[in-house]
Design a protein around this ligand. Structure first.
Ligand SMILES: Nc1ncnc2c1ncn2[C@@H]1O[C@H](COP(=O)(O)OP(=O)(O)OP(=O)(O)O)[C@@H](O)[C@H]1O
Ligand SMILES: [Mg+2]
Length: 576
């Protein structure tokens, strides 16, 4: 936690931090001087009957507290300023890291956990940074100063008073280690709670259609309760600690009354001196209380920092960015002896060889789990093959800049993901800075322009959450427009019409055919109408390319593909 604090906070914001420290020292010094003034008041002004000095001291007290107040404000303000700047930067860094991670990371990390990092864990860090660490440092200084002054005044009395200090330290460290252990638990549970919220928002339609609202409610309630219970435990520990420490400090006070009283009676200590001592010891519990509270924040912040650090240090060894650029691609795609597995014990593709000429339309067909989507994942470099190579225009795609490669591929999924903004912005997402006429052209090519113009707000229509205001076929055609606006050399479609009825499929297919002109097109499909419109079929089964040829050739051959068609694995829709 402290190294984090040093690197992320002190180093970049040293000027603000320094200002904060200086302000604090001035404010503290003013506060610490107050008991001395009390001593002067009693021993000199009151005992000596000196009215002028009394006025002088009264004015002094006002000035001292004015200075203290003013510099406390400066301290609080600079602390908040640097703390919040640091947090904003950290949040930005985390988000930047998220954008840089590869697809595999998101496949294995629940998104709720990630959201929790940005909400709950950052909140713990915020407490640790803006309250925890400054309080530990500043209040320790404060405490040391009080102790130093007490020793300076009367070291014997001071030593006797400090006898309770070891007990205070033991109590604080005991409670803190327990708080730390519980804190990790709390943050884990809070991540679960966030996860449940996020899941239920994303799948609200499923929840409602299966009438599982009660089940979701209960699931949430259990975790929510657990998080609350754990937090209560943590705060109970904190709540025991504070009065315990205060009680131990109060014993110190009693010692002063007893031991100091004897010294005063013996004439070793002035009455004012004893009073000042009492005022100091009364001031002791406050910094100790703040320190123990701050240590709780630090513990929780430390756990949160570990979790955030895990994200920031996440390595993505699988997919490493390349360096070569090809501004214009022809669209020659070649898979050479490609083997691939997501997990070592479960191979997904074996020795796959594919050569697609520029402009060719290839239908990739095969049973569920054959590895069709995995083929797409490799071409897009969401993953890299374990053996063999994937080449674009004769260049191994590992050597290409990933951003270059993906610019050349228009990728369309079964369920298009649209952003909750206007149609115009959704299409423009493919090519930032595209003009309205370029967007319209892409929409025309994608067979979308006409239906867009029929919408009341045309291109400015908001598509709704996940594009929910549009029909499936409309969403898909907007996704096609978004994919082709970059004029990619390759179109990669993963079951683009699987979710659509026959009529809508026709509209989308004609959009794909228009959009595919002059582009190498891979279309993963079960639909016969799509297959017969392709130049070539690639039949994939159990991760191998079993057969390849035109639909008719393969039917004539009577092999695995023909059998699959006869068995109805490929939906026969020739008649449509
Ligand atoms: N992210 C992943 N992690 C681990 N295994 C995966 C992952 N994605 C897919 N698989 C496994 O890889 C195999 C091939 O999956 P793939 O998605 O490529 O099949 P598919 O041919 O697209 O099937 P479908 O027609 O059902 O979409 C399956 O056995 C699947 O369980
Ligand atoms: Mg698939």
């Amino acid at each position: 936690m402290f190294t984090f604090y040093w690197r992320k906070f002190i180093v970049p914001y040293w000027l603000l931090a320094l200002t904060a420290v200086v302000c604090f020292i001035i404010a503290s010094a003013a506060g610490l001087a107050a008991p001395l003034v009390v001593k002067l008041l009693i021993d000199d002004a009151l005992a000596g009957g000196n009215i002028v000095f009394l006025h002088f001291i009264t004015a002094g007290i006002v000035v001292l507290y004015l200075i203290r107040g003013l510099f406390s404000y400066f301290y609080g303000y600079t602390m908040a300023k640097s703390g919040n700047k640091m947090l904003a930067k950290l949040r930005q860094e985390m988000f930047g890291k998220l954008q840089s991670l590869d697809y595999a990371y998101f496949m294995r990390t629940p998104s709720g956990d990630l959201i929790s990092l940005f909400t709950n864990d950052l909140l713990f860090i915020q407490q640790a940074v803006t309250v925890g660490i400054p309080d530990v440092i500043v209040e320790s200084l404060n405490l040391l100063a009080i102790m130093a002054i007490m020793i300076y005044f009367d070291w014997e009395l001071a030593m006797v008073t400090f006898a309770t200090l070891p007990f205070i330290i033991v109590a604080i460290s005991y409670f803190n280690s327990r708080i730390g252990r519980l804190g990790a638990l709390v943050e884990h549970t809070l991540a679960k709670v966030t996860s449940i919220i996020q899941q239920s928002l994303v799948s609200v339609m499923i929840v409602q259609s299966y009438v599982r609202e009660d089940y979701e409610y209960q699931k949430f309630s259990d975790k929510n309760q657990q998080a609350a219970d754990d937090l209560i435990k943590v705060q109970r520990l904190g709540a025991i600690l504070v009065p315990l420490v205060e009680f131990l400090a109060a014993i110190g006070l009693t010692i002063i009354v007893w031991y100091g009283g004897r010294e005063v009676i013996n004439g070793d200590l002035s009455i004012g001196g004893m009073f000042a001592f009492l005022v100091y010891i009364i001031n002791v519990p406050m910094p100790i209380r703040k320190i123990s509270q701050a240590l709780t924040y630090l513990k929780l912040g430390g756990v949160a920092w570990e979790r955030i650090n895990r994200l920031l240090n996440e390595q993505t060894p699988t997919v490493v960015d390349g360096y070569r650029e090809i501004p214009v691609a022809r669209g020659l795609v070649e898979f050479q002896k490609v083997s691939f597995a997501y997990r070592q014990d479960k191979p997904v593709l074996h020795d796959v060889n594919i050569l697609a000429q520029p402009g060719e339309i290839i239908a990739i067909v095969g049973p569920s789990g054959a590895g069709k989507s995995s083929f797409a994942n490799l071409l897009l470099r969401f993953y890299d093959p374990d053996q063999g190579s994937v080449c674009l225009d004769g260049v191994n795609i590992k050597e290409l800049k990933i951003s270059e490669l993906r610019k050349h591929i228009g990728f369309i999924q079964q369920e298009p993901i649209l952003f909750n903004t206007s149609i115009l912005e959704n299409i423009r997402y493919g090519r930032p800075g595209a003009t309205v006429s370029q967007i319209e052209q892409a929409a025309r090519l994608a067979n979308a322009h006409d239906f867009i113009m029929e919408l009341p707000q045309g291109y400015n229509t908001m598509v709704g959450e996940m594009g929910g205001n549009l029909s499936g076929g409309q969403r898909q055609r907007i996704a096609i427009a978004r994919a082709i606006i970059t004029e990619p050399a390759i179109l990669l479609l993963d079951e683009p019409t699987a979710a659509l009825d026959a009529h809508t499929e026709k509209q989308v297919m004609s959009a794909i055919r228009q959009a595919g002109v002059g582009r190498t097109t891979f279309i993963i499909t079960h639909r016969m109408s799509t297959i017969v419109a392709s130049d070539r079929v690639l039949y994939l089964a159990a991760g191998r390319v079993v057969e390849t040829g035109t639909h008719l050739e393969l039917m004539d051959k009577g092999g695995a593909y023909a059998k699959a068609v006869q068995l109805g694995e490929v939906t026969l829709r020739i008649q449509e």
